[in-house]
Write a protein that binds this ligand. Sequence first.
Ligand code: NAD
Length: 340
Amino acid sequence: MTVRVAVNGYGTIGKRVADAVAHQSDMKLVGVAKTRPSFEAHNAVAKGYPLYLAGGAPKEPFEAAGLPIAGRVEDLLREVDIVVDASPEKVGRENGKLYRDAGVRAIFQGGEKADVAEVSFNALANYAAAKGKKTVRVVSCNTTGLSRAAAVLTSRWPIEEWEATIVRRAADPAESNRGPINGILPTFHLPSHHGPDVQTIFPQLEIATTAVVVPTTLMHVHVNHVRFATPPKDGTELLEAFRRTPRFHIFTPWEGVDGTPQVMEFARDRGLGHQDMMENVLWENGIRLSGRSAYFFQAIHQESIVVPENVDAIRAMFDLAPDAAHSIAITDRTLGIPSP
Ligand code: NAD
């Protein structure tokens, strides 16, 4: 079976998901929908992706820009089995009516509240929960990063309590209208919403999060303190659990990766699509076990970490793979993410 896929909302996440879907042999990218002409619309056309009008957008600005339009998003929805909504926060929920009217399945992103869909999704954590579903929400970048780590830890060692501080990037690289460009802004919602969001996937996990926003555009960093009921034997066992799991990249001290600048330089040198870093990034010397407590840093490339998860969510919803491991292996091979 080849699943026919639309992407509605072609920004930071949408353009990456579209490229990822185009790499899958069990999926076909039928078209992408945009609200206005832009360099991204131009690139979509250059890649051969049929371009549709989203959100009631007029076609004249596209015609004036010389960008061919294949129709409206409603026309696109008639041609597909599923739509990946990657419109801005809260717009996805409004778009939900379009999808219901068209009778197509839908994937929403983490900017929407959990009740937008039947299930919140992370491939390592709850792949099977999306099987056969009509609507799925791929959780946000931070929640995806925490959920992947939680999948590694909770499947091996019972956790008493987890506290994470999220050092958040202020804006995506292309967002010239956001800040701060100087300052560290505490998030005065205590604890932050990320903990409850992780609990949409791990309802029993005692996790509490706090957040600060810092003037950087590439990557969040999570500072984690996990207290186990029964801890790993030693730090090596803990490290190896991460190392043996797909979608984790562990840097060793000799590589000279002091922080996020070198991580993203590594990603640019490696040269996957959009020069992205789709794995959770950990450091060998950034993990420590002390008694029942584990401390570890992880860095999350916010623009790309959810991309493989969207592909796996499609595969789960249409039962295209027997289980998470098979789907993750296909997705990672096609996107160039190294397997452990
Ligand atoms: P974005 O602003 O980069 O892209 C959104 C696109 O949707 C834009 O091209 C916009 O013009 C278009 N759009 C506006 N109204 C629309 C409508 N009615 N119908 C269809 N498209 C419309 O946003 P983004 O960063 O890609 O975020 C998309 C979703 O992904 C949000 O839910 C966000 O919370 C989530 N998310 C974002 C990040 C991130 O770091 N950027 C990470 C993970 C998840």
